[in-house]
Write a protein that binds this ligand. Sequence first.
Ligand code: F0G
Length: 458
Amino acid sequence: MHHKTIIEPFRIKVVEHIKMTTEAEREAFLKKAQYNPFLLHSNEVIVDLLTDSGTSAMSSNQWGGIMQGDESYAGASSWLRMEAAIKDLTSCPYVLPTHQGRAAEHLLYNQIGGKGKVFFSNTHFDTTRANIEFSGATAIDLPSPEGKETAVSHPFKGNLDVAKLAENIEKHGAENVAAVILTVTNNSGGGQPVSMANAKEVAAICKKHGILFILDACRIAENAWFIKHREEGFDEKTYREIAQEMFALADGSVMSAKKDALVNMGGFLALKDLDLAIKCRTVLIITEGYSTYGGLSGRDMEAIAVGLQEVFEPDYLDYRIKSTAYLGNALNGLGIPVIMPIGGHAVYVDAKAFYHHIPVEQFPGQSLACQLYLKGGIRCCEIGSVMFGKYDEDGKLIPAPMELVRLAIPRRVYTQSHIDYVIETFKALLDVQEQATGFKITYEPPFLRHFTARFEPV
Ligand code: F0G
């Protein structure tokens, strides 16, 4: 028999209490948080879809491993296990542990960036862009044309536009290109996958020009699911083999272990070049910790070693991708504009299309994030002009290309009934669509403003 219901391929051994709140309570909480969901307390939230990062539920095997964490300062066995798992996956001989992804980004991009340097990517994630710009370099997004069309269906909307890449290398001069970064899956571009063919083309162009090719691999297992099921020639390969094949194309990778390593904290930088590894390692020891733990405890490293095995289990990945699609397809069925097809870790709602009466200067995505919290206690994140907007010389907003709201699904945390509750909340929002108002920013910091900005309804 073929079952339609996607059951979670795990049983729940430990539960975490959720505090139920009323709409009136949430109205007060939201006001106190100055309309920025990042400033809410987690116990004011019913379903937390702010991020899939560091929010995974660990398995009994990971918790078992944690008790065996070796907390030695140097050469801990937990480090050796983590290092071996990463070497096997990435084919990189040099692995640098870091406390999370952005620390690895900082080590590498600060080393190879700086004034006059340029980076290209399918889409730079916000911390990636911030680290590059902080070094003085420029980050240029080159998503494929399909990736910019929210409603167009394409199997690999996360791809990098290789024609534009070649043009841009010509324009800026290969010697000024610090690296090409392929983000798999493409988070800011809708959680959309990158094909192996695209990765191969990018690798070939980089090789031809002697440019460093880096994978931002934090969701590479999810990306491998899409390759196996959508790209010709991969259905006989395992998810792990597909990931290994993609890693092998790159000169190195940064990974936030808080995603596909199924842990709450951790990351790494893996490199093939000894010289570059030594330079980064020096800064690692100064800023993060000794080279066999980075910013991690032994138990963290143990959990990463186990998580990097578990994430490639077919039952897990199948449930993961299909349960994200379950939410996205249900919203699409209600007529809610979502990026199609549904990505791996999140559903992205096109807030500009949903709230067409709110101008981009008034942040329709922020408005939708606030409405979801108000009606359902659901927390999510704007990925639009609050996150990526800039100002021109006259202080006028240069909006982001898209005004999205991301419903990121923590791994192994929520059941189908939590997701049905989210769908129900969206149904309720359809009835009060026209009543939603825009926002203005009353405070913002110079970098990564979405985390701490404050708002007022207009
Ligand atoms: N690269 C990508 C593609 C990411 O999605 C993230 C984090 C990072 C790098 C940085 O990793 O958080 O461990 O320092 N993304 C989280 C998110 C924060 O919500 O999407 P980190």
